[in-house]
Design a protein around this ligand. Structure first.
Ligand SMILES: Nc1ncnc2c1ncn2[C@@H]1O[C@H](COP(=O)(O)OP(=O)(O)OP(=O)(O)O)[C@@H](O)[C@H]1O
Ligand SMILES: Nc1nc2c(ncn2[C@@H]2O[C@H](COP(=O)(O)O)[C@@H](O)[C@H]2O)c(=O)[nH]1
Length: 196
């Protein structure tokens, strides 16, 4: 689970992490009521839906988590996560802090990483530099970022995204150490106790 303020570089770092080929996570595509940005593709970047459709998904219990963020809904469809976990694969979520805390409450095994900017000025530069949002939207996102950074203490790990390659390396170290921890506490119990 990767969280962090808008513009910190979650998407950039996640793509670089997946490109290393050293990760076997399945990325969960979120659902949103936000309008697609230039170049964004439905079913790749997000499932873009209407407010009515999103609210119906909530009513039907089809979201693992969801949150309202700067006037739009964002959420994780439950079906994909369940199907992927049932296949024995780990799921990678890239979501904001309120949704992350809902997952925290429901998925005790999930690992929570907060990606943080070197400072708020740099965050603003990145949001402006991305060129996808109007200045009033950028200001709303920066305002949100202050509260989001306060939530960092509720995460298992904090990673500074100063350079993308450094952030990727730090996340890879976290993945390795979490996998080692799980194998250490989960010996092959079937072999230990036999078939019966
Ligand atoms: N380490 C970095 N140094 C400089 N620029 C960066 C770095 N990481 C990402 N960026 C740039 O910052 C901008 C925002 O990155 P990105 O879209 O990945 O952020 P995000 O956290 O996924 O945002 P959102 O939550 O709004 O989807 C992009 O223009 C990206 O190229
Ligand atoms: N709670 C959730 N937050 C999500 C999800 N997918 C994305 N996000 C976060 O929303 C903001 C804004 O995203 P943007 O694409 O409009 O810039 C950002 O922090 C995303 O990480 C989700 O499924 N649930």
């Amino acid at each position: 689970m990767l969280s962090g303020p808008s513009g910190v570089g979650k998407g950039t770092v996640r793509k670089a992490l997946f490109e290393t080929g050293n990760t076997d996570f399945s990325y969960s595509i979120s659902m949103t009521t936000r309008k697609p940005r230039k170049g964004e593709v439905n079913g790749v970047d997000y499932y873009f839906v209407s407010k009515e459709e999103f609210e119906e998904n909530i009513r039907n219990g089809e979201m693992l988590e969801y949150a309202k963020y700067v006037d739009n809904y964002y959420g994780t469809p439950l079906k994909y996560v369940n199907e992927t976990l049932d296949q024995g694969k780990d799921v990678f979520l890239e979501i904001e802090v309120n949704g992350a805390m809902q997952v925290r409450a429901n998925c005790p095994d999930a690992v929570f990483v907060f990606l943080t900017p070197p400072d708020l000025m740099e965050l603003k530069h990145r949001l402006i530099g991305r060129g996808t949002d109007a200045m009033d939207v950028i200001n709303k996102r920066i305002k949100k970022a202050v509260g989001e950074i306060r939530m960092m203490r509720n995460y298992d790990y904090a990673v500074v995204n100063d350079e993308v390659s450094n952030a990727v390396e730090r996340i890879q170290m976290i993945i390795r150490s979490e996998r080692l921890r799980v194998t250490r506490v989960m010996p092959d119990y079937e072999q230990m106790i036999g078939d019966e």
